[in-house]
Each structure stands twice: as C-alpha cells, then as structure tokens.
Design a protein around this ligand. Sequence first.
Ligand code: Q9C
Ligand code: ZN
Length: 372
Amino acid sequence: KVFTSKLCTTLHTPEFEFHGGAQSQHYECPERREAILKYLESHSDSFEVTEHVEDFGYEPIKRVHKQGFLNYLETAYDEWILEGGHPNGVMPSTIPHYRLARLGGQTPTNSLTNAGEYCFDMSAVITKDTFKAAWNAAQVTLTATKDLVRVADQYEKGLAAGTIVSREAPPGLYALVRPPGHHAQSDLCGGYCFLNNVGIAAQWLIDRPELRHKDGRPKKVAIIDIDFHHGNGTQELFYKTSNPLYASLHGRDAYPHFTGAATERGEGEGLGFSINVPLPRSTSDDEYVEALEKLIQEHIIPYDADYIIISLGVDTFKDDPIAGFLVTSEAYPRIGNAIRKIGLPTLFVQEGGYCVEKLGLNVGGILQGFLG
Ligand code: Q9C
Ligand code: ZN
C-alpha cells in the first residue's frame, strides 16, 4: 500500500540550486513524485495508492525538532522577501562555522542574515510553502506509520494463530513523499531536507504507550538508510540512544562530506547503535547487495527490532545526476528481496533519487522485490 498526497508535488518547487559553484536546476523536483506515482499506478496489481492523510499535529514533530527551528521554517520566507531576498527562496550567505561562530557573541536578526543559523548548506531552499510541504510529508509518513502498526498487528496475530506459517512475507508500506528528510537534523535543514520524516516516524512508534510490550518495554525500530548519501540528520537525532538503531550504506566521502565515517558509532547509551558503511564510488550491483546483506546479518538481525523503516533513496543508480555508484536497475529487486528476508513489518519512506527517467522503475523494483 502506498501513502502519498498531491501536496507532495505542488507545494515545494524551488527554481534553482548550486552545484560545484554553478547555478543548476533544482534536482529535488516535483516530477520525481509524478514519475514514481505513474509507475506504481501502472502496476496496480501490486500497488494500491491512497491519498488519505491524517493530521497528527505538531507533537510528533516537536519530539525530534527544536521549536526555534520550526518557527524559523514557518516564517523565514516572508521575512526573507521583506528584507529583499531573491524570490527563489531562503539560502544562507553565512553559516556559523565552528571556527567563526560567536567569536563576538552576535546573533543576526532576520532571515536574510540568520539563515545559516538553521541551515547547513544551500540546497534546502525555503520557498513560500516549504514548511507546509515538509509538514505534509511528515503527516503522510505518520499516516503510513499508523497503518504499519495495524498490519504488523495482523501479521503477529496470524503468526500466533498459525494462519501465517512463516516470516517469509512480512507486510510492507510505502510513503511516497517529498521533500525528503534524512539530512534534516534537530535544528538544521540541508540536503533538500527540512523535517526528518523517518526520524519523526521512528520516534512516534517508540513513544506510543499502547504499543509497549507486556513488560513495558517500548517497541524497537531499526532504520536502514539506503540513500546514496549519509543520513546525517537521522544519525544526529538518535546518536545517543539505543532505540532506534540507525544503519547506513552510502558513498564514501560523498555529500554531506563531513559525516558518515565507519568510526561514527554512537555515543553513551547509543554507542554501537549508529552503523556506517561507506562504500567506494565504483560500487556495483553485487558489491552493493553483498554489503546490504552483510549489514543485515551482522547488525539488523541481532538487534531484534519490531519494525524496520527504510530511508529509500535510489540515487545509488548509475545514471543519477548528482551521485556516483554503478548500481543498475537490476539490483533494486534484489535489494528489496534482501529487506523482505529480515521478515519484519517494514515502512519504506522516500528520500533521494534524481534520475527522473528511471525513478519509477528503480523505486518500484525495490518495492516489488520486497513483495516477492
Ligand atoms: N554538488 C538527498 O538525496 N547537493 N539529498 C549539494 C553538491 C545536495 C541530497 C550540491 C544533495 C542532497 C535526500
Ligand atoms: Zn541522497
């Protein structure tokens, strides 16, 4: 089942960004959703699409993001325009680098001057309705998460009653959303991301009192991030906790460049619960699938989660315009199948993937591989 909303196409459409210092089209474009939707709708034997979205309000978002940051996202564009900023949207002109920041203790006062306070790069352009768009993506993801609880319940009951005989065909749901989320930290946007959809969903599952095990333990969530880029945002949100587990396969030294080393393993109670597997630029189908299977065997299975959430990026694709692996469309069903074999209820949440022409095929491939 696929959860999405028309608003994921219409609300957030910046005109341009910068690549290597040159102005370029905005790769995280509305056509991305349209392309994926078109593929899924043309395979209606496998996929049922719903645009039903529930409103979970502010609370689940505030569990992972700071209030000042949320206020900023909501008001930045109007202030930016008032101060004479370019209508394309808010982009920082300075960022409080750790060697620059607060030498004199000065805090800039409006969105033209303080964009860098809440933003770590120039790709997360805030337009007029960006906050609404990010809010909507989070609500669609939460709607799918609530349904995950329902299908997981049915699955467990079926297993207990013997009407389901093995964990061979776990239930899976997909949130087709944009803007994506995995680069968004508790109080920073960046990398096309504003609100961390996967982080919000994971925390929501962990928080639900009615979902607790009989002995009072919260449900355990394992996040597997298969986007080409390291999910610095999700990692930051959960760096100091053992639940959820965050595990990422990504391009070594690729964007966001300063995070994602194998040595980043979590801190305190979270030590060992952030797992980073950087892979070289030349990574091929076999190498990628092997690395994923190894990650699953060594870290995901032993973690013994109740739910799996996949940060689903297909910018690992060989023709992706902003990434660098050699993965082909043949690999995606194999990736989906490796995830299916974990045997747990799984929520897929859309992150990156910018080769619009093959986006439907590649995302659809993962989902079809999962369905078996
Ligand atoms: N030349 C996701 O896939 N591009 N974000 C920066 C570098 C930002 C990717 C420009 C890439 C962000 C969700
Ligand atoms: Zn990405």
